[in-house]
Design a binder for this molecule. Structure first.
Ligand code: ADP
Ligand code: 5GP
Length: 209
């Protein structure tokens, strides 16, 4: 059967800082055909981060210009830095049939929900606040003060789970990755054909035999 080729699907993974979004997105990119959307940010690169691969690192003026020109699908200020999703590359790849994965914060996900309701919204949470603290501490990228800020923000962000389609608890990493892969597969099994098209498809086969 010739199944109609979908437009690409937009998958949005968000949730509290330290829940494991980056870790899971890397696995999904490595293990599936999804492509990552590289965000623009005003934050300074961390050791090992490469411009154009992990983020487009830009100054404040360049970021504000991109916003003014309507070049971002969404943007938000997160922990004192600006982040945004470049619109052109996402829309072009979706039209070409490529699935795109976004790792963005809750504010950005809510904006996309308004502008692009066809997106698939996955909320990723840690198994407990204790484990979230342990992960943020062991990642070693934030000061003690910044970790406290992320932990208190995590609690307020939980309320937004209602705006998402799926909830994944990232306890065992392999299981969480498998769940996200299952969501991707399920979304590609949605009915995307009319009854007429389906009957036509099968009738043609009968005539050909
Ligand atoms: P986020 O992108 O949501 O801020 P990260 O992907 O950076 O989170 O993960 C935060 C830390 O937790 C990292 O050090 C990462 O290696 C670790 N981590 C992620 N998932 C798991 C897991 N399932 N079990 C244990 N540690 C994890
Ligand atoms: P980090 O600075 O640790 O890489 O990311 C901090 C937060 O910003 C994470 O929650 C991440 O999901 C979010 N983020 C990364 N890129 C974007 C983006 O393009 N838009 C929004 N709204 N958030 C982003």
């Amino acid at each position: 059967m010739k199944i109609k080729k979908d437009k690409g699907k937009l998958f949005i993974i968000s949730g509290p800082s330290g829940a494991g979004k980056g870790t899971i997105c890397n696995r999904i990119i490595d293990e599936t055909g999804l492509e990552f959307s590289v965000s623009m940010t005003t934050r300074q690169p961390r050791e090992g981060e490469v411009d154009g691969v992990h983020y487009y690192f830009v100054d404040e003026d360049t970021f504000l210009m991109a916003v003014a020109e309507g070049g971002l699908l969404e943007n938000a200020e997160v922990f004192g830095n600006r982040y945004g999703t470049p619109k052109g590359p996402v829309l072009e790849r979706l039209s070409a049939g490529t699935d795109i994965l976004l790792d963005i914060d809750v504010q950005g996900a809510l904006q996309i929900r308004e502008n692009y309701p066809d997106g698939v919204f996955v909320f990723l949470v840690p198994p407990s606040m204790k484990e979230l603290r342990r992960r943020l501490e062991s990642r070693g990228t934030e000061t003690k003060e910044k970790i406290e800020l992320r932990l208190s923000k995590a609690l307020s962000e939980m309320a937004y789970v209602k705006s998402y389609d799926y909830l994944v608890v990232n306890d065992d990493l392999d299981e969480a990755v498998n769940r996200v892969k299952a969501i991707i597969l399920a979304e590609h099994s949605r009915v995307n054909v009319t009854p007429e098209e389906l009957v036509e498809e099968y009738s043609t086969e009968t005539e050909e035999e």
